[in-house]
Design a binder for this molecule. Structure first.
Ligand code: KG4
Ligand code: ZN
Length: 335
């Protein structure tokens, strides 16, 4: 085939998505059906509700993705799918759909790690350069990943408790902000000041791990205490203080990692990579690393989507990765 088309599925959490990707870096279609409205009133993703939505949406997304791309099954070269980490019932929907298409049309089935997908969202900006370091910040994960070559991932540090996005969502609840709260807190943060000086856990420790649960508790205690004594706190300042603490820790750990691991590229990816404060700060820090180029996932592709799974799947496929019909969802999949 002249052009290699990958059909990709993503259903690990609360977005059902199907995409068609050409040659690993060109988006022909990227259909995303979000379920956020169904989960909002519960303040987070309800796994059973998520699975049901995925089942309803997956074939519709598939049809739309093929139509939008203007391709037929016969044009496809392979099928890629997220098989973990994520919610098991949600993952199973995408895995089953991908298996059906691969089996029916005799196409290779490529299993993709969701976090590798987040990293490869950056591939739609420009090619990755190795060795690279990825700062991966999402709702479920916060980690520093070393990539010595394409399709080679080594976690050099990660959160010991909450992920950064999870902390955003949890403190959002206290401020009465709907799930997912990250974007709104980000906007509020720009209107306030860091007057609370919340803790920056592990910032001076000689490792690349993170911890955000202490920050979350400090934030919640501050708000509750003010409520008890009838004091009114400025939500903009609370948001700014929280965000400054998160950004300080992420940036400092990244800088430490860049000093220890001489890489050619720093990749910022994951849902929280959409954070404007974080993007600005990382851009600023990278100025002192002349030999390291900065590659940030496009804003639109920071959240969960199948295009990124297609890009990571393409690389995995070229590296010889392939699954058979026994592929299963792995909710706690690691690199
Ligand atoms: O990567 P993602 O779409 O899903 C997971 O794989 O977890 O990340 C979703 C997370 C949510 O916690 C959401 O609040 C957060 O990303 N998020 C943000 C921003 N936009 C989304 N956090 C901070 N600032 C943002 N602008
Ligand atoms: Zn994600």
């Amino acid at each position: 085939k002249q052009r290699e088309l990958i059909l990709a599925f993503e259903s690990s959490c609360d977005e059902t998505s199907v995409a068609v990707i050409e040659d690993g870096h060109k988006i022909l279609s990227n259909v995303v059906a979000t379920q956020i409205n169904s989960h909002k009133r519960f303040g987070g993703v309800v796994p059973e509700v998520a699975s049901r939505h995925h089942i309803e949406q997956v074939t519709l997304c598939l049809e739309d993705a093929l139509n939008e791309a203007g391709v037929d099954y016969a044009d496809l070269s392979a099928v890629a799918v997220t098989y973990g980490p994520g919610l098991v019932g949600a993952l199973l929907v995408g895995v089953s759909a991908a298996k059906v298409v691969a089996f029916a049309h005799n196409l290779p089935l490529i299993p993709v790690n969701h976090m590798a997908g987040h990293i490869y969202a950056a591939r739609f900006v420009k090619p990755l350069v190795f060795p690279a370091l990825a700062l991966l910040v999402s709702g479920g994960h916060t980690e520093l990943v070393y990539l010595s070559a394409p399709n080679s991932y080594e976690i050099i540090g990660e959160t010991r408790d909450d992920a950064a996005g999870e902390a955003y969502d949890k403190i959002g609840r206290v401020l009465g902000i709907n799930y997912p709260a990250g974007k709104e807190i980000d906007q509020m943060a720009h209107l306030g000041k860091d007057v609370f000086n919340f803790p920056r856990a592990m910032i001076n420790e000689n490792n690349f791990d993170f911890s955000f649960s202490g920050l979350k508790s400090a934030f919640i205690n501050t708000v509750h205490h003010a409520d008890q004594v009838g004091e009114k706190l400025d939500h903009k300042n609370l948001a700014a203080s929280f965000q400054q603490s998160v950004v300080d820790v992420l940036a400092q750990k990244m800088v430490n990692a860049l000093k220890k691991y001489p890489v050619k590229q720093l990749i910022l990816a994951g849902g929280v990579a959409a954070n404007s404060g974080l993007r600005e700060r990382i851009e600023h820090e990278l100025k002192t690393f002349d030999d390291v180029s900065l590659l940030m996932a496009p804003l639109k592709l920071c959240g969960d989507n199948a295009a990124m799974i297609g890009a990571a799947g393409y690389v995995a496929w070229k590296a010889g990765v392939q699954a058979d019909m026994s592929l299963n969802a792995d909710p706690s999949l690691e690199f």
